[in-house]
Design a protein around this ligand. Structure first.
Ligand SMILES: Cc1cc2nc3c(=O)[nH]c(=O)nc-3n(C[C@H](O)[C@H](O)[C@H](O)COP(=O)(O)O)c2cc1C
Length: 364
């Protein structure tokens, strides 16, 4: 089967919500919220441009979930209290007013936290210093501190944070649980950062249990009508080349488990999403997600800013494609593709020296 470029322009439905095409904006942290973690008018303007430009789905930047260890970055927005939740209304309204749909990405930074206005140390599955250096473009500097291991009671607080922040923002169209890129849920999933001997550590089934539990509890709290997804990756912001040690077997366990957690979609992100996921495999991670979670919508992400690449992953089973950096330089990328126009090259200046919203970007 060959997917024609036009198939990207067909409608799609997630939980009775209609998407006009298959284009989503990938979640991108832009450290531009107010210091108290509330969203602002600049953010509303930024997100609105994607809806105007033809993206039918906008996934927000990672939003922190509690007033304990979840915040990762200075000027990151939160949903950890009522006033932060209320502040998102202007963003949601601006996207809705242009017929777009918006999902909030719920994120707990865990051991990768670089700034937290609520507590003065970091916490993760185990007391293991993260690899790599803090991200300078989010105001970080130097190595990550060694986190303290979360207790069972802390883990309950983590789960409650995801659930309560979703409930607080139930008027936002949908939610994505950030289970990827090296943040807390991924730290639990990863052998190197999870050295626990309790029910949250050891086998991959145990290590994926927290992601499963969060998805299940959020689903229970939201009811069946609100779209809910989860994002999964192999690579991490502090370890790009990480691969799941068990290859396709791990993919079967991870995607098979998440399919049971009540999510509507799995958002799979890889550096180049169409490439084989493992050295000894022919299948992309998207194809494996479709194979092991066949009834779940698959969003594919990773360097898909050429129509041919987007078509390849649609052929592999992606239902929706998410674009990150190319969307920043082309908030109207779907319209350009539909009209056969070329797109602006990716402009990484926008993210330097700090990845915050730039005035010129808001008017592109
Ligand atoms: C500035 C920036 C911020 C990002 N922030 C997030 C984030 O908050 N949550 C997340 O899941 N991924 C985040 N990502 C990763 C993107 O969602 C995406 O996976 C990555 O850019 C690869 O897609 P692309 O090749 O289309 O850019 C970020 C990427 C960039 C460039």
């Amino acid at each position: 089967m060959t997917v024609q470029r036009t198939s990207l322009f067909t409608k799609y439905e997630i939980k009775s919500k209609n998407l006009q095409n298959r284009f989503a904006v990938a979640p991108m942290t832009r450290v531009s919220a107010n210091k108290d973690g509330s969203a602002n008018q600049r953010m509303a303007q930024y997100y609105q441009r994607f809806a105007t430009g033809g993206f039918s789905l906008v996934i927000t930047e990672g939003v922190y979930t509690d007033d304990m260890f979840s915040q990762g970055y200075k000027c990151q927005p939160g949903l950890s209290n009522a006033s932060q939740a209320k502040s998102w209304q202007q963003v949601v309204d601006s996207v809705h007013s242009h017929s777009g749909m918006i999902f909030a990405q719920l994120m707990h930074a865990g051991a990768l936290s670089q700034h937290n206005k609520y507590v003065n140390h970091t916490a993760g599955p185990s007391s293991v210093q993260p690899l790599g250096q803090q991200l300078a473009f989010y105001y970080g500097n130097g190595p990550y501190p060694t986190p303290r291991a979360l207790t069972e009671s802390d883990i309950s607080t983590v789960i409650d944070g995801f659930v309560e922040s979703a409930v607080r923002a139930i008027n936002i169209a949908g939610f994505e649980i950030h289970g990827a890129n090296g943040y807390l849920l991924d730290q639990f999933m990863t052998e190197q950062t999870n050295r626990r001997h309790d029910k949250w550590g050891g086998s991959l089934q145990n290590r994926i249990a927290l992601t499963f539990e969060v998805c299940k509890k959020v689903r229970e709290a939201l009811g069946e009508q609100i779209p809910l997804g989860v994002r999964i990756s192999q690579g991490k912001v502090n370890d790009y080349a990480h691969k799941w040690a068990g290859g396709e077997k791990d993919a079967e366990i991870i995607f098979g488990t998440l399919a049971q957690a009540g999510v509507d979609y799995i958002h799979v992100t890889e550096y180049e999403a169409w490439k084989p996921a493992f050295p000894d495999s022919k299948s992309s991670l998207i194809a494996l997600a479709k194979r092991y979670a066949p009834d779940v919508t698959i969003i594919g992400n990773g360097a898909l800013h050429e129509p041919g690449k987007a078509e390849l992953v649609m052929n592999d089973g992606a239902d929706i494609i998410a674009l990150g950096k190319a969307a920043l330089s082309n908030a109207d990328l779907p319209i350009k593709w539909q009209n056969g126009q070329s797109i602006n090259p990716i402009n990484t200046d926008m993210l330097n020296p700090i990845a915050d919203l730039k005035d010129y970007e808001l008017t592109l």
